[in-house]
Design a protein around this ligand. Structure first.
Ligand code: FES
Length: 139
């Protein structure tokens, strides 16, 4: 297992207190040199933009943002996922670093509002219409 495939450890009790999570891969669109990441990756830039916007997001306390190192869709960067208890899990890729953050939070709000998490194509924000990689049934 490489560093790129290790999920960052977080305080599981903090995560457990929420039912929704927005996962953002911070390894996507990295430049590697001698096994080390050089500079800020595209995924880190997108993560920071999402975190910045989320400061004014009405769901910021209910829908925590969790940075992860890889979701195995590396050739479709940048990549995010929505997950929640009893809901579909979605994985989205091909997200542009510079203009996707607002769309990700808008789509997360749509996901939060649906009891099963279903995100119909026609209702999703434009950047999340094209790059859907997985829609996984609830447990
Ligand atoms: S590096 Fe982002 S999904 Fe693998």
């Amino acid at each position: 297992m490489t560093a790129a495939h290790t999920i960052i450890q977080t305080d599981s009790s903090a995560i457990a207190s929420h039912t929704h999570t927005l996962f953002v891969c911070q390894t996507c669109a990295s430049v590697w040199q001698d096994g080390k990441r050089v500079g800020e990756s595209g995924g880190q830039k997108l993560l920071h933009q999402i975190q910045q916007l989320a400061q004014d997001w009405d769901l910021r306390d209910e829908f925590p943002i969790q940075a992860v190192e890889c979701m195995s869709a590396c050739n479709r960067s940048c990549v995010v996922a929505f997950g929640a208890k009893g809901k579909l899990t979605y994985l989205f890729g091909d997200l542009n670093v510079d203009d996707s953050a607002a769309a990700v939070l808008e789509c997360a709000s749509q996901y939060y509002a649906k009891t099963n998490g279903l995100l119909p194509w026609s209702e999703r924000p434009e950047p999340l219409k094209r790059g859907i990689l997985a829609k996984i049934p609830p447990l």
